[in-house]
Design a protein around this ligand. Structure first.
Ligand SMILES: [Mn+2]
Length: 333
């Protein structure tokens, strides 16, 4: 993206001068969001910068793999986050509302460095390090550290590697470039147990969560006119199984393997009763555009939104949009 290089230099200049930096990531952080935040924090701390990091969730619930990311135990609660930071950085946020309880701090920040790779992005931030072609926000953090001329401490390497591995689907998605692999290789030069990290990220499932995914598979439905396969889980399902919603995040990766459908969707009911819709495409649909029509966002081939309707009405609406959507072009990411 043109201009991203200049913004990268501006961000590096601001961070080079800062004595204190506040960093936030989006609610319900994935490994890219949390990894980018903690990775940048480790880079800045190694340079003597005072860093405060927070996740906007209240109450804070972090997935089990988060304990393998250095710095995760030093997150502060939202109320301890600076109310009007001189320099604030956000990681992996497609829009300012993804900051939830930390949004007021971002709005009052003097300098707001916005690091993100989502295609749908609402333009927040005084400095925008936004590259929709980047594999991950963690890759952008490595570019930023390089622009700073900063060393990557091992603590940072672990966090950034976790984000790159997960956001590239273990180096399989189209945004995985030779540069992504070179950056990952650089991170792997550091002494950390990448195999154990991968197990924590991908092979750490609760048996109740597996059973819940089995239930979701029995509800699998194909909508041929929309090239869509989908399923759903309700709050009652989650409660009955005693499973946290995040434990079923990989359900989408299971149903997207259906060879007959271009689009896969999982509807998961939230605490407030609404359904979170996660979508993936094999390449024939621009899901960022579809999600934006429902007030959501994401990437071309992976996007989501929240629906106030039940599963049937949500899918009816989605089928209508998918059928009306023009075929996606193969460019971009
Ligand atoms: Mn990401």
């Amino acid at each position: 993206m043109s201009g991203e290089g200049a913004e990268l230099e501006r961000a590096a200049a601001v961070l080079a001068e800062a004595s204190e930096v506040a960093i936030a990531c989006h609610v319900n952080p994935d490994a890219d969001a949390l990894g980018a935040m903690l990775g940048l924090a480790a880079v800045l701390r190694a340079r003597g910068v005072r860093v405060v990091c927070a996740v906007p969730n209240e109450p804070r619930h972090l997935p089990r793999w988060a304990q393998l990311l250095p710095g995760a135990d030093e997150l502060v609660r939202v109320e301890r986050f600076p109310a009007a930071p001189a320099v604030m950085v956000t990681c992996d946020c497609a829009s300012i509302d993804r900051l939830a309880a930390l949004r007021p701090a971002a709005e009052r920040a003097n300098e707001l460095i916005w690091i993100d790779h989502h295609r749908s992005n609402d333009g927040a931030g005084t400095i925008r390090v936004v590259d929709p072609a980047a594999s991950s926000t963690c890759e952008l953090v490595v570019r930023l550290a390089d622009a700073l001329g900063a060393e990557l401490p091992t603590q940072a390497a672990v966090c950034l590697y976790a984000g790159i591995v997960t956001d590239t689907g273990r180096f399989q998605y189209e945004a995985t470039t030779p540069e992504t692999l070179r950056i990952a290789a650089r991170l792997r030069e550091h002494p950390f147990d990448h195999a154990r990290l991968a197990q924590a990220l991908y092979e750490d499932r609760d048996r109740a969560a597996l059973s819940l995914m089995a239930l979701a598979l029995t509800r699998l439905t194909f909508e041929p006119e929309a090239d869509l396969v989908w399923t759903y889980l309700t709050q009652a399902d989650l409660r009955k199984a005693g499973v946290h919603p995040a434990e079923t995040d990989e359900l989408i990766d299971l149903i997207r393997t259906d060879r007959e459908a271009d689009v896969a969707a999982v509807l998961k009911q939230q605490w407030d009763g609404r359904f979170k819709v996660s979508m993936r495409s094999r390449g024939a649909h621009d899901l960022a555009a579809i999600a934006a029509r429902f007030g959501g966002g994401g990437h071309r081939l992976a996007a989501g939104y929240t629906s106030a309707h039940g599963p049937a009405a949500t899918i009816e609406e989605l089928v209508r949009e998918l059928r009306a959507a023009p075929a996606a072009t193969a460019s971009g990411g």
